[in-house]
Write a protein of this length. Structure first.
Length: 229
């Protein structure tokens, strides 16, 4: 082949076409040079990788991946076998990885959501403002409101009942976590109990809504509670 290393994109990542006869240590350097040349294009990419043109041992495959991930911003999720029968399994693995990452990362929104506005996000969201009645926030992850939650909040929109909704002032019309729904009418009696604990002139504690035993509970945020969600 004219070049010792060639990169070819495929459905899930990169196919690395390698020279069959070059000394492996020299080939490893060529691979690193090739990825550094493409650093701008692949920056922070998450991808699968496959190999072609050269039979590699498992140790050589691991060394190639280690060299790429240690020296560039590329994140290699898995090694893609060129067997077409495994394509569906790889697709599921990558989608599962992306869902996990969505739970670990988050977005920020600054401003107040007014009636009729809908904020829909793929990951957890922190809102620096209020959610007014008639406004709605939908997130596949968690929802944290650094303000008043008076509208609708839907966390864990991908069915994740481990998600939570937290707010400095918790007074929602409706909260949904996963497939569990709680409406304002459902917590009238609970609100009366809280009112006795928090006089009108007292500062209201930040609260969090979580799912327990198939129901949504709204509780004051404590260190112990945070350690368990």
């Amino acid at each position: 082949m004219s070049k010792p290393v060639m990169l070819k994109s495929n459905k899930y990542g990169i196919n690395l076409i390698l020279d069959e006869h070059m000394d492996f240590e020299e080939l490893l350097k060529c691979i690193l040079d090739k990825f550094k040349e493409s650093e701008g294009f692949f920056k922070n990419a998450k991808m699968a990788i496959s190999f072609e043109g050269r039979k590699l041992t498992q140790e050589e495959e691991f060394r190639i991946i280690e060299t790429i991930t240690d020296n560039t911003s590329v994140n290699i999720i898995c090694i893609l076998d060129n067997d077409a029968l495994k394509e569906e399994l790889i697709r599921q693995k990558i989608e599962h990885f992306e869902e996990e990452q969505a739970g670990k990362t988050g977005e920020f929104y600054k401003g107040t959501l007014r009636s009729g506005q809908v904020l829909d996000c793929e990951s957890s969201i922190i809102i620096l403002g209020d959610i007014n009645p008639g406004a709605k926030v939908i997130s596949k992850g968690n929802i944290v409101v650094l303000g008043a939650l008076k509208g609708n909040a839907y966390a864990g929109a991908n069915g994740n009942e481990q998600a939570f909704v937290a707010a400095l002032l918790m007074d929602p019309i409706q909260i949904k976590i996963g497939d569990v729904i709680a409406r304002s009418a459902d917590k009238v009696q609970e609100g009366k109990k809280r009112k006795r604990r928090h006089p009108v002139d007292a500062e209201i504690d930040p609260q969090v809504a979580i799912v327990k035993d198939g129901n949504i509970y709204i509780e004051p945020i404590t260190k112990g509670l945070l350690n368990n969600i």
